[in-house]
Design a protein around this ligand. Structure first.
Ligand SMILES: Nc1ncnc2c1ncn2[C@@H]1O[C@H](COP(=O)(O)OP(=O)(O)OP(=O)(O)O)[C@@H](O)[C@H]1O
Length: 300
């Protein structure tokens, strides 16, 4: 069953199309990583899924219903982000109590144990927390609410390395004991990859890829060798990125849909194949500039 479905969803701010006929579907009880460069539309998409803002056109369904202004959807989903709008007058303890009264699956024991582990003072107020502590508190709200749809938008911003690691470990442990649909947006695929089943990559408000982590590892391959050999061999292949190094050698990132014969012919020409990490693949696929940051220094 699909928990979250976007069908040709477009969001326009002023004259800017931030989401452009975005279409995807996320099934029950899996963890999906949402990856994209700055400004790709990740937060906008998550805010629409959470019912905080409305799409300009297209159809959004969460548990089969439109999420905008929908109380039954709100009670079954939580969105954790850096700017959670929590009442300044309440202590952390009171905030946990109000979350407990709103979320049907709330686990107060888990919340209090995590508060104690991360040394958050229950009497303190949200406004007095550092950036990392604030986001740790938000992450606790997200975990303890045990919502069937749990969204984390860049949850580890400001957290130190130890807290980040502990948070992801707690997330995985709690997910295994209480499976639910989780979406995590992050700029650091390496950091979350071990948790994920699926990866959804956005570029310019559109879906670029949506597949399992395993399939993504097989999706592309690097071919390297002498410029002239590579040039001859590359025609007809789906090329994602090309670069030349010194001494007449180059490499190319191509779609990995090669036949045995194509691999043999490449190897006979002295070309070599190597794998690419999912993080690097995402960087190449979502980059805007062909030559990368180096172009900035060579442009007239
Ligand atoms: N309320 C708004 N009004 C106008 N433009 C907006 C608004 N919210 C977002 N945008 C624009 O929409 C685009 C996508 O922003 P969004 O925050 O969704 O991207 P993102 O992928 O989450 O980026 P980042 O990784 O930097 O957080 C950006 O160009 C941003 O300036």
């Amino acid at each position: 069953m699909s928990v979250l479905k976007f069908n040709k969803v477009t969001k326009i701010y002023g004259k800017k199309k931030v989401l452009d006929e975005l279409t995807f579907s996320i099934g029950e009880n899996k963890i999906t990583g949402l990856i994209g460069r700055n400004g790709a539309g990740k937060t906008t998409m998550l805010q629409i899924a959470a019912g905080f803002i409305r799409e300009s056109s297209g159809e959004v369904r969460v548990f089969g219903e439109s999420p905008f202004n929908n109380l039954s959807v709100s009670a079954n989903m939580v969105m954790v982000d850096n700017d959670m709008n929590l009442p300044a007058s309440l202590s952390l303890d009171e905030l946990l109590d109000s979350a407990a009264s709103f979320y049907p699956n709330w686990d107060m024991k888990l919340a209090r144990n995590l508060m104690s582990y991360f040394r958050l003072d229950l009497k303190q107020h949200h406004t007095g927390l550092s950036k990392g502590m604030k986001n740790t508190f938000h992450a606790i709200l997200g975990l303890a609410s045990r919502c069937p749809l749990t969204i984390f938008d860049e949850p580890t911003n400001g957290m130190d390395a130890g807290v980040r690691k502990d948070f992801y470990r707690a997330l995985l442990k709690d997910y295994l004991a209480n499976p639910r649909t989780i979406i995590i947006s992050s700029h650091h695929l390496n950091e979350v990859e071990d948790l994920l089943e699926d990866i959804l990559v956005l570029k310019d408000g559109r879906q670029l890829l949506h597949m399992t982590v395993e399939d993504m590892r097989e999706y592309a391959v690097i071919v390297s060798g002498r410029d002239d050999m590579l040039n001859d061999w590359l025609s007809g292949h789906e090329l994602f990125h090309r670069n030349s190094t010194d001494f007449g050698k180059s490499y190319a990132l191509i779609r990995n849909n090669l036949s045995e014969g194509q691999i043999t012919s490449a190897m006979n020409k002295g070309l070599k194949f190597s794998t690419i990490s999912n993080e690097d693949l995402c960087l190449y696929l979502t980059s805007q500039e062909k030559g990368g940051i180096d172009d900035v220094f060579t442009k007239n």
